[in-house]
Design a protein around this ligand. Structure first.
Ligand SMILES: C[S@@+](CC[C@H](N)C(=O)[O-])C[C@H]1O[C@@H](n2cnc3c(N)ncnc32)[C@H](O)[C@@H]1O
Length: 503
């Protein structure tokens, strides 16, 4: 489909509400490129009843038992993947990619339908999760029942002195006894005679228990800390010494359960799910589920051309969300040091203010694969994209004007679209003709400047060679941060699923 400039009268009235009249609050900066882009793409934008906030978030997954084995609230739902597979007319034996596979929703829905899948993610907790889920038909339920009995009878020896290891950001995250319990159950699992898949399942259940047995709670960007944790007690003492009032907002997790109790609950629940799934005699056809722990940016260029029938994915959003901080407890449980975490953060698709440019490394990588010309071509598309250039220069002006609270935002936004363009270009190369691609994403706003992530991504994809098909926009739009609202007023932001096709 080629796009034409649209007459405003062609636009169905419902869409009007989803248009942005001013991309730059108080008409501070240039916005013509973004307005033109919107005019160009609004005709393929559809307010969709098929997708809603629950389906692009983890919420619906709660009823899809296997998908809730890891509490991963950044995940989308199985229902969303199912709808897109149907819309893309994906058949048994086809291959679907998710370059940012997270807890493996795309891969697992594919597996349950006999569809092959390839997934990438950089977080080690996700390898354990996906391996555990992939083995769903392989578990022996009597082994699992015996495991539960064994753990019910396990007692933490009073003279057991080992403790779980902390990193700086997780220091003091557990009550005293729990520090010993975590070390004990981990050692027990390592030395037990259970099969490798069952040991992996126990590791997943411990990972899933950590937040519950800790003094922390995942809350947006940060870990919040219970007022009884050493960190909070120290800070309260410091405030008192300095004559400051105690913090009013404090987290009280009430009674913190033991690891044994939490682990048993997790294991009982996954065992129930396994029995339920294995009881169904209509097993899907065998399919290959490939997961690689590594950065999609560096892994995709290694794959062969024309292997994909479709892509369903949701990259990190351009919203400063730092997965390595949110999952610090789980990462440190898997022996990540502060240094590992720092390095992992730099592997994230640029979505935090700490991300530095990856361009030198990417160039070296492309050259080493004999693909230096591809690198130049992709970068050329990014640096010439008008809407992105307008966003970059508006943010620069906003920063100069004191409207941006962290200069790292400028590098993050440009890095985000630059790196995404490399992903789009690789997906284009890897896709067969007619393959469809779906990107779930949120628009964002910094310093009063709206960044239409869905439309800029769609235009970059188009410049790479894709045909834009649809931008499904959710009925419920997203609000703004309180600082932005106070300073620049409220502008609802789209949550979208952009769909493209390789001609
Ligand atoms: C929005 S989440 C995807 C969630 C997934 N759809 C699900 O249902 O669980 C984005 C994922 O991208 C991963 N990620 C970030 N940078 C990456 C990179 N360079 N390569 C591969 N994965 C990356 C994050 O670790 C995170 O799991």
């Amino acid at each position: 489909m080629t796009m034409r400039q649209l007459n405003l009268l062609d636009i169905p009235p419902a869409i009007e509400k989803w248009k942005v009249n001013s991309f730059s609050a108080n008409n501070f900066g240039e916005q013509i490129a973004r307005l033109n882009l919107e005019q160009k793409l609004i005709n393929i934008t559809e307010i969709s009843n098929n997708f809603n906030r629950q389906s692009v978030s983890h919420q619906l997954s709660k009823k899809d038992c296997i998908h809730r084995w890891l509490k991963y609230k950044e995940g989308f739902s199985a229902d969303l993947v199912e709808r897109l597979l149907e819309e893309f007319k994906i058949q048994v034996g086809d291959t679907i990619l998710d370059p940012f596979v997270g807890s493996g929703t795309t891969s697992l829905v594919c597996k349950m339908k006999g569809i092959n899948s390839i997934g990438f993610d950089i977080l080690p907790i996700l390898k354990i999760t996906i391996n555990a889920k992939e083995a769903v038909y392989k578990y022996c339920t009597s082994e699992l029942k015996k495991l539960i009995k064994d753990i019910e009878n396990l007692l933490l020896p009073t003279d057991y002195t080992k403790r779980t290891i902390y990193i700086n950001i997780t220091e003091g995250a557990y009550p005293d006894e729990t520090e010993r319990e975590i070390a004990f159950f981990t050692e027990w699992n390592k030395n037990s005679r259970y099969s490798a898949i069952v040991k992996n399942l126990v590791t997943l259940c411990i990972l899933n228990s950590l937040e519950k047995v800790s003094y922390t709670a995942k809350d947006g960007q940060y870990l919040r800390w219970d007022y009884r944790s050493k960190k909070m007690l120290k800070s309260a003492q410091y405030r008192k010494q300095k004559g400051k009032a105690p913090l009013i907002i404090r987290l009280d997790k009430r009674e913190i359960p033991s690891l044994k109790e939490t682990l048993l609950n997790e294991l009982r629940s996954v065992t129930e799910n396994i029995i339920f799934i294995q009881r169904d005699k209509n097993r899907p056809a065998d399919s290959a589920l490939k997961f690689v722990e590594g950065s999609a940016l560096f892994e995709l260029p290694k794959l062969e051309n024309n292997i994909l029938d479709g892509v369903i994915t949701s990259p990190p959003y351009c919203n400063r969300y730092d997965y390595t901080r949110t999952y610090a407890l789980e990462l440190s449980y898997l022996n990540a040091t502060d240094n590992h975490i720092k390095k992992l953060r730099q592997e994230l698709l640029s979505c935090t203010v700490e991300n530095k440019s990856k361009l030198n490394r990417l160039k070296e990588h492309y050259v080493s694969l004999g693909k230096g010309a591809n690198y130049d071509k992709i970068l050329d598309i990014v640096v010439n994209n008008e809407a992105l250039n307008e966003v970059n220069s508006s943010l620069m002006k906003r920063n100069f004007n004191g409207d941006i609270n962290n200069k790292g935002i400028l590098r993050m936004v440009n890095g985000y679209f630059t790196e995404l363009s490399f992903i789009f270009a690789e997906i284009f190369r890897l896709s067969k003709h007619g393959a469809k691609v779906a990107f779930v994403n949120d628009n964002v706003r910094y310093g009063g400047e709206i960044i239409p992530v869905d439309f800029i991504s769609t235009e970059l994809a188009e410049q790479i060679g894709f045909n834009p098909v649809k931008v499904y926009s959710l009925k419920q739009q997203k609000g703004n941060s309180s600082q932005q609202m106070k300073k620049f007023g409220r502008v609802p932001l789209r949550k979208s699923i952009a769909v493209w096709e390789k001609p």
